[in-house]
Write a protein that binds this ligand. Structure first.
Ligand code: FMN
Length: 209
């Protein structure tokens, strides 16, 4: 698939078939993550694929706690999602949350913290540079999944349960969980168009705004 088409049609998948991902397909998708840039070529990303039904059930149970709280807040109007169609977005995401254990693969994106050198730690705000050596690899994986016809859902809610997730999956000290990416064959067609702001809202030249 042409890379621009993959980027422009890679919407978040909310409905999955339960069919397994063949190993050769999965390995091609995971392999794409290796080619992402990261600071100093220190390659801090590790990918932990969870396919075991009991482990997926446990991950879903944890996920549902912040998700159900988020959904309740969204319904009360305390959280704004997207640019309209709140109920549809919520219904789709709620379906995803409740079916999470049936999705063929949950890929835990892990970060070797000692191999990341964020350059914004001394600023008076939370660091964002930490993620710069992690998320390009995740995005490579997600785009390659689209190329193979697989849907994906990037999630971060399970980071609330990082200690529990690490214990469940034997993730050692010094390794952080950066995201959990659900992956499988989509039960609905890929979107033809994503709901995004116009380019003029996000691109500036020479001076901000
Ligand atoms: C950093 C990050 C965290 C996200 N966390 C979640 C999550 O925990 N649960 C979820 O259902 N979707 C999550 N998403 C998916 C977003 O909701 C989705 O990318 C956004 O609504 C745009 O959807 P679209 O690409 O289908 O247009 C996350 C996406 C990103 C990039």
């Amino acid at each position: 698939m042409e890379v621009t088409e993959a980027m422009m049609t890679n919407g978040t998948c909310r409905y999955y078939k339960e069919d397994a991902i063949p190993d050769d397909v999965l390995m091609r998708v995971l392999d794409a993550a290796r080619y992402a840039p990261q600071g100093g070529n220190r390659q801090p990303v590790r990918l932990l694929v969870v396919r075991d039904p009991e482990k997926k059930r446990q991950l879903k149970e944890w996920y549902l706690q912040p998700w159900n709280a988020y959904m309740a807040a969204a319904k009360d109007g305390m959280i704004k999602i997207g640019s309209g169609e709140l109920p549809r977005v919520l219904t789709d995401a709620d379906n995803f949350a409740n079916a999470m254990d049936k999705i063929p693969a949950l890929v835990v994106v892990c970060a070797v913290m000692d191999d990341i050198h964020p350059t914004d730690m001394d600023l008076d705000r939370p660091t964002v540079v930490y993620g710069c050596s992690i998320y390009p690899a995740m995005q490579n994986m997600v785009l390659k999944a689209r190329d193979e016809g697989l849907g994906t859902t990037v999630t971060t809610l399970l980071c609330h349960f990082e200690p529990q997730v690490k214990a469940l999956l034997n993730i050692p000290n010094g390794i952080a969980t950066a995201a959990v990416v659900a992956m499988g064959w989509p039960a609905k067609p890929f979107p033809k168009k994503l709901d995004r702001r116009p380019l003029s809202d996000m691109v500036f030249f020479e001076s901000y705004g």
